[in-house]
Design a protein around this ligand. Sequence first.
Ligand code: AMP
Length: 267
Amino acid sequence: MGLIKGEVDNLLVMGKSGAGKQPRIDVLVAEFGLEQLSTGNIFREYLGQFNAIGYEGDMGVFYDEGAGEFLPDEQLVEKLGDLITGKDKDAVLLGLKAKYFIESGKFVPDSITNALFESFFAKSGFKGMVLDGYPRTRDQSQFLVDLVASKGTKLDAIVLVDNEDEAIVARTIGRRICPNCQKVFHMEFKPPKDGKLCTECGTAVILRSDDSEEKIRSRLQEFQDKAVPALAFLKEKGVPVVKVPGNLPVFTDEAVRASVMDALEQL
Ligand code: AMP
C-alpha cells in the first residue's frame, strides 16, 4: 500500500537532533513533491540577523532568570542601543531570543515556537510540507493537531529516525552547515568540497554554534523529556508512525531512499 503521491498533505520527520533526519527529508521532498519546513532553520535565520548587528556582550543581561522570561521588548531595544537602530526590530529581537535558547542547548519556548511555526505554515496553505523538528513538545503537538483540523488539512504519517545517543554525539561533532543555503555536511560521511566549501553555493561551511558535546547532550535530554511525549501524543491522536534507522550499513542515496520508502510501504 504505502502513501500515494498527490494525496499526501503533510509528513512529519521526528528524531533526536543529529539522528540523521536531513537525508530522509530529502527523500520525502523528492518522492512526494513536498517542501521542507524546518523550525531549526527558521530560528537560525533569525539568529543570524541578531548576530549581524554585532552585539558581543553577555546574553544573560536580556533574560530575567527569577521571572523566567525575557525583559520587555522596549528594554531589550534600549539595551541594544545604536546596534538595533534602523534594523528590523522584530526580527532582531526574535533572533536574540532564539540565540539565548539554542546556544544553551535548550528548546525555544512553545509560545514563541508555535506562533512562528504557524506564520510559516500558513504561507503554504497548511499543506505540502515535510515538517522538520516540529512539533517537539506535547503542547506543540496539540497546537499542530488543532491547527490542521481547523484548516481542513491532515498529518499523513510520521517518519521517526532512530539513533543511539552515543552514535549521535560522534556524528554531530563532525557535522558542518552552510551558513548561506543551510545545506548540511559531515566531515567523514558527506564531506564539503575540498573539505571546506558548500557543494551547492561555494560558501565556507561552519560548525553550528550549538554543536559542542555539552550542548548535544543537553539537546538529547530535552528530546527525552519533551519530544518523546510529543510523539506519544500524536500517536494517541492516530497519526501513523514508521521507524527508520539513522545509521545504515551502507550510506548511499539509494540505500537511504529504500529504507524510507520500504518503511512507508508498511502503512
Ligand atoms: P534543529 O536544527 O532542529 O536541531 O534545531 C536547533 C535548535 O532550534 C534546537 O536545539 C532548539 O533550540 C530550537 N528549535 C528548533 N525547533 C524547535 C521546536 N519545535 N521547539 C523548540 N525549539 C526548537
